[in-house]
Ligand binder design. Structure first.
Ligand SMILES: NC(=O)c1ccc[n+]([C@@H]2O[C@H](COP(=O)([O-])OP(=O)(O)OC[C@H]3O[C@@H](n4cnc5c(N)ncnc54)[C@H](OP(=O)(O)O)[C@@H]3O)[C@@H](O)[C@H]2O)c1
Length: 326
């Protein structure tokens, strides 16, 4: 079968190559998922570069989530059957035609959930859910986010608006203002922390300040977002898109009693009991089916077109994910 692998770390478009590997057979208690849709996430590309918080033995297959159909079932599997639509949980890689998984690492999805929504359920909606769990913006609160057009930020914003909070998102380009506003998001365009951008953000947030910041950028833009936190507010860093540290003034910590912390879905998913993960995914599935958040796709590429797919995933101004099919 085909597998998109890297034999060394480096720029994804350079080091990813399509290899022919043996098709795995499920053992007792395992099933084989024939994958058809797999996103390219920033963390996936970071893992290929060798800069992610976890690494795989080389040569390694890329990717961390995917949707498909069960096409083989091992002995003793009770609750899953051939033909069932499902997604992969756990840490097995997905940029390959098939993956063998223990039963607990398979989440069967209902027919009402589309293939492309299912393919994106385990990473970004779950991350948005965990961010809300860590610092829930409540009725009347303000949530400030950086990288406001990113998938996680869009989902978290839709969840905040549903909770009766106000969502203010900082974006570095104005391409998606109309789409974000249609989701109920107030847009602030800024890529620096200046007196002008702080004033614009303050105006959008209001005099009471923000209850929470969800920040995958850090650096100056993170500091800008942090400047809008109210006393006792929480700033969660969950990405490092700027490549810069988050500068935090002692005054923010002392006089405004601000909390700065991180959230990492990968760690949560590797530590949470299987039942908790399945229950959480059932909730996220119900929300997706009800249209409570959306998971648009920007483009799809065959597994064999990795260079083009990586180029599309790294392009600026995307609205939605790039998926690998085939
Ligand atoms: N901690 C966790 O558990 C966890 C889980 C999921 C995701 N994440 C992280 O969350 C971030 C977003 O992931 P995603 O899948 O939602 O992203 P995505 O949908 O692929 O979109 C990336 C977005 O980030 C923007 N961006 C990139 N670099 C930026 C910068 N330096 N300053 C401001 N904006 C920038 C892009 O804007 P342009 O269009 O302008 O380029 C784009 O809107 C990533 O860092 C990812 O690793 C963390």
């Amino acid at each position: 079968m085909r597998a998109l692998r890297f034999h060394r770390h480096g720029p994804p478009a350079e080091v990813l190559r399509l290899d022919d590997v043996p098709t795995p057979e499920p053992g007792p208690g395992e099933v084989r998922l024939r994958l058809t849709h797999r996103p390219l996430h920033p963390a996936d590309l970071s893992m290929v570069r060798g800069t992610y918080g976890r690494s795989r033995d080389l040569p390694a297959v890329g990717g961390n989530e995917g949707f498909g159909v069960i096409d083989a079932v091992g002995e003793g599997v009770a609750d899953l059957a051939v033909g069932q639509r499902a997604i992969k949980l756990g840490e097995a890689p997905t940029w390959q035609e098939a993956v063998v998984l223990p039963e607990a690492d398979v989440f069967a999805v209902p027919d009402a959930l589309s293939d492309t929504d299912a393919a994106q359920l385990f990473v970004n909606p779950l991350t948005a859910w965990l961010l809300h769990g860590a610092a829930p913006p409540r009725l009347g609160d303000v949530l400030v986010q950086t990288a406001g057009a990113s998938a996680v930020a869009r989902i978290a914003a839709q969840m905040a608006v549903r909770a009766g909070a106000r969502a203010v998102s900082i974006v570095r380009r104005d391409d998606h203002r109309d789409r974000l506003e249609a989701l109920g998001v107030h847009v602030v365009v800024a890529d620096a922390n200046t007196s002008e951008t702080r004033a614009a953000l303050r105006e959008a947030v209001g005099a009471d300040g923000a209850a929470a910041v969800f920040d995958p950028v850090a650096g100056e833009v993170g500091a800008l977002a942090l400047s809008a936190l109210r006393e006792g507010g929480t700033h969660i860093v969950y990405g490092a898109l700027s490549g810069e540290p988050l500068p935090v003034s002692p005054a923010a910590l002392i006089y405004r009693d601000v909390t700065v912390r991180g959230v990492w879905r990968t760690q949560w998913a590797s530590r949470a009991p299987s039942d908790t993960i399945h229950d959480t995914l059932r909730v996220l599935t119900a929300f997706a089916v009800a249209g409570a958040y959306t998971l648009p796709v920007d483009a799809t590429y065959d597994l064999g077109d990795a260079t083009e797919a990586v180029g599309a995933a790294l392009a600026h101004g995307r609205w939605g994910k790039v998926l690998l099919t085939g």
